[in-house]
Write a protein of this length. Structure first.
Length: 57
């Protein structure tokens, strides 16, 4: 990876530390996983509801 691809800290011109980069990446990953989990839960609930309707009706 070249130095040009390393994200810069807001306007200071100093590169972010590795720990800060890792924390930001982990926070983004956690948000993505939470959204994915919500999507799976919604799909599972919808599937379960449609299955119950088939057994009842």
């Amino acid at each position: 990876m070249s130095e040009e691809t390393v994200p810069q800290q807001g306007g200071t011109g100093q590169p972010k530390g590795l720990l800060q980069q890792m924390e930001e990446l982990m926070a983004a990953l956690n948000a993505d996983l939470s959204a994915l989990d919500a999507d799976f839960q919604a799909a599972w609930d919808a599937d379960r509801r449609s299955g119950e309707e088939e057994h009842v009706g």
